[in-house]
Design a protein around this ligand. Structure first.
Ligand code: IMP
Ligand code: MG
Length: 184
C-alpha cells in the first residue's frame, strides 16, 4: 500500500508514482538469491560487504538467507561533485576494518545505474588481495557503458526510472518503505 497523501506531503514534496516491486516479490527473490549464493561459494572465508547506505535493508534480509558461515562489514563511499549526477570520482568515508586479504568478498549494492561507483570500488578492493571478488546487486538498470566486473547476482532488472524504498532514497527520504516504488 502506498503511504497516505498526508505522509507524502512531509517527504520533500516528492510523491510516489507506483509500486514497482512489492514486498512479497522482493522477499521471494531475496530467498532465491540467498540460495544461489549459498550454492556458489566453495570453502573459505566469505565476507559480505555492504555498500552503505542504500544496501542496508537488502543486506540484512539477504545474509539471513545465506546458509553458510560468513562475516559482515560495510563500506561507505562518497562521490565528489553533484549529488544527482554520478561523477565516478569515489573516495571511502568508512573503510572496512575487517581484513579482506585471502577472503571471498561479496560486495552488496542497492542498484547499478551508471556503474561508476562500482567500477572505482572494484579497483580499490582488488588492491586488498581478496581471494575472489563478486557483486550482488538488488537492482540493475543495465545502462552502464562499462562495468569492471559484472554483477554475479542480481535481484531484478530495473526500469530506467528513479526508484525508492527498501533502502533506496531520494534526498535521504523513502528508505524505510518495505516495497520499491518509482517517483513521479
Ligand atoms: P552509479 O555509480 O551510477 O551506478 O550509481 C549507483 C548509486 O546511485 C546507487 O548506489 C544509488 O545510491 C544511486 N542510484 C542510482 N539510481 C538510483 C535510483 O533509481 N534510485 C535511488 N538511488 C539511485
Ligand atoms: Mg547507493
Amino acid at each position: 500500500m502506498l503511504p497516505s497523501t498526508a505522509q507524502l506531503r512531509q517527504t520533500g514534496g516528492r510523491e510516489l508514482k507506483r509500486i514497482v516491486f512489492e514486498e512479497e516479490t522482493i522477499a521471494a527473490r531475496v530467498r532465491e538469491l540467498g540460495r544461489d549464493i549459498t550454492a556458489a561459494y566453495p570453502e573459505g572465508d566469505l565476507l559480505v560487504l555492504g555498500l552503505l547506505k542504500g544496501s542496508f535493508i537488502f543486506l540484512s534480509d539477504l545474509v539471513r538467507r545465506i546458509d553458510r558461515p560468513l562475516q559482515v562489514d560495510f563500506l561507505v563511499a562518497a562521490s565528489y561533485g553533484d549529488s544527482t549526477v554520478s561523477s565516478g570520482n569515489v573516495r571511502l568515508l568508512y573503510d572496512p576494518e575487517t581484513e579482506l586479504e585471502g577472503k571471498h568478498i561479496l560486495l552488496v549494492e542497492d542498484i547499478i545505474d551508471t556503474g561508476k561507483t562500482l567500477n572505482r570500488l572494484v579497483a580499490l578492493l582488488r588492491q586488498r588481495g581478496p581471494k575472489s571478488l563478486s557483486i550482488c546487486a538488488l537492482l540493475h538498470k543495465h545502462i552502464a557503458e562499462h562495468l569492471e566486473l559484472e554483477a554475479a547476482f542480481v535481484g531484478f532488472d530495473a526500469p530506467t526510472l528513479f526508484l525508492v524504498g527498501y533502502g533506496l532514497d531520494h534526498a535521504e527520504n523513502f528508505r524505510h518503505l518495505p516495497y520499491i516504488a518509482s517517483l513521479t
